[in-house]
Ligand binder design. Structure first.
Ligand SMILES: Cc1cc2nc3c(=O)[nH]c(=O)nc-3n(C[C@H](O)[C@H](O)[C@H](O)COP(=O)(O)OP(=O)(O)OC[C@H]3O[C@@H](n4cnc5c(N)ncnc54)[C@H](O)[C@@H]3O)c2cc1C
Ligand code: FES
Length: 354
């Protein structure tokens, strides 16, 4: 499960100045069979420190290729490395595809999908869009794609080609912060902008599912607006790329609250093996597992990706933040262990049950 496998970089394409599309050839292709909208977790050594980062697959299921898109973040370790130092022929290491940012494909149905993407948030949405248009010949897709300016639009040409190929079934609305003549398509995507779009361009009540991926404020505004315009929460799927700063404060608060409290005896089950150790209540289950030499799976450590998901078999935890699990999963006892702090004095967490 927590296994990193080698992939050779066979092509590097600069889609815009600050972003690359990597084509990857896994040594074990079967392990990298994916569902549209999923992501890969990479690990890479930077001056002796191992970093893990997630990147969404941007290829569709029928593209016969494994590709990811990485936008360079100012001062960002992995994204800068991928954009500047990585070469064709290099080997990267990633876990098999993960994530639940998709809905079931139903080729006989005529569904209407809506996608909201901001910046690099286009990557999983592109994978979904290409796949549903190909595999569900009666479905339509409306994409609202927000960017700063026209030269920062990732996959601009590919989207144009897709629009021509799927004429009448794919609608693309480019939202730019500047450089457009029409006011409706200029500025940030907030609730006001959504209300205007939903009045003039997009019939939300007619939509089956909305996929949202981009900066957190945009995601929250779009989701609120979609709900106001008639979508049910379970019709809205999210993929968040990064946490807000609040997470760090909450963690410090937990560490303070645990002072003077009894420790917790925790048992973790990873790939069939059980291990029991003591931890404080001011530590996340993931941190404690790693500190005790356990090969627990993780990537973002920020409650965003779900790589560290486990099931509480016994005991109770408090989950500080959850941007990845659905309500029904939480009801069934699943938790993000990077965000889970013990409340009980005994705890059993199973990483194997998914
Ligand atoms: C499920 C998922 C899917 C994703 N898919 C994609 C995708 O398809 N494409 C994509 O481009 N991204 C994607 N991301 C985001 C990606 O994983 C990384 O978060 C992003 O590339 C930044 O990583 P980095 O190592 O380059 O930056 P980091 O080194 O993590 O830095 C991020 C920011 O923090 C700042 N920073 C770093 N260290 C410090 C410090 N000590 N003090 C203050 N500031 C600091 C940096 O300046 C930078 O602004 C995804 C994330 C998730 C969770
Ligand atoms: S490691 Fe990403 S949610 Fe915990």
């Amino acid at each position: 499960m927590n296994q990193f496998l080698p992939l050779t970089v066979t092509d590097i394409h600069h889609t815009i100045r600050d972003a690359v599309v990597l084509t990857l050839e896994p040594a074990d292709p079967a392990a990298f069979a994916f569902t549209q909208g999923q992501y890969l977790t990479f690990k890479q050594d930077f001056d002796g420190t191992e970093l893990r980062r997630n990147y969404s697959i941007c290829a569709g299921l029928d593209d016969d290729v494994l590709q990811i898109g990485i936008k360079r973040v100012d001062g960002g370790a992995f994204s800068t490395f991928a954009n500047t130092r990585l070469k064709v022929g290099d080997t990267l290491h990633a876990m098999p595809p993960q994530g639940k940012f998709f809905t079931k494909l139903e080729p006989d149905k005529a569904k209407n999908y809506l996608g909201f993407a901001g910046g690099s948030g286009i990557t999983p949405v592109l994978s979904i869009l290409k796949t549903v248009l190909k595999r569900e010949p009666h479905s339509t897709f409306t994409l609202v794609y927000a960017n700063r300016a026209v030269n920062t639009v990732m996959f601009r040409e590919e989207l144009e080609d897709l629009k021509n190929r799927y004429m009448g079934r794919l609608t693309i609305i480019h939202m730019l912060e500047s450089g457009q003549d029409i006011d409706l398509f200029t500025g940030r995507v907030d609730q006001e902008k959504c209300a205007m779009l939903f009045k003039h361009w997009i019939d939300v009540k007619n939509m089956d599912t909305a996929f949202i991926c981009g900066p957190e404020p945009m995601m929250l505004a779009v989701s609120e607006s979609l709900k106001k315009h008639g979508l049910e929460p379970d019709q809205i799927k999210f993929e968040l790329f990064s946490e807000s700063q609040q997470g760090q404060l909450a963690k410090q608060e937990m560490a303070k609250r645990s002072e003077g409290q009894r420790g917790t005896q925790v048992t973790v089950i990873i790939e069939g093996a059980q291990r029991t150790f003591e931890m404080t209540k001011g530590q996340s289950v993931l941190e404690a597992a790693l500190a005790n030499g356990q090969d627990a799976p993780f990537a973002c450590k920020a409650g965003v990706c779900s790589t560290c998901m486990g099931k509480v078999i016994e005991g109770e935890v408090e989950m500080l933040s959850n941007h990845a699990l659905e309500d029904y999963e939480v009801e069934r006892g699943y938790v993000l262990t990077c965000q889970s702090y013990p409340l009980s004095d005994a705890l059993i967490i199973d990483y194997d049950t998914h």
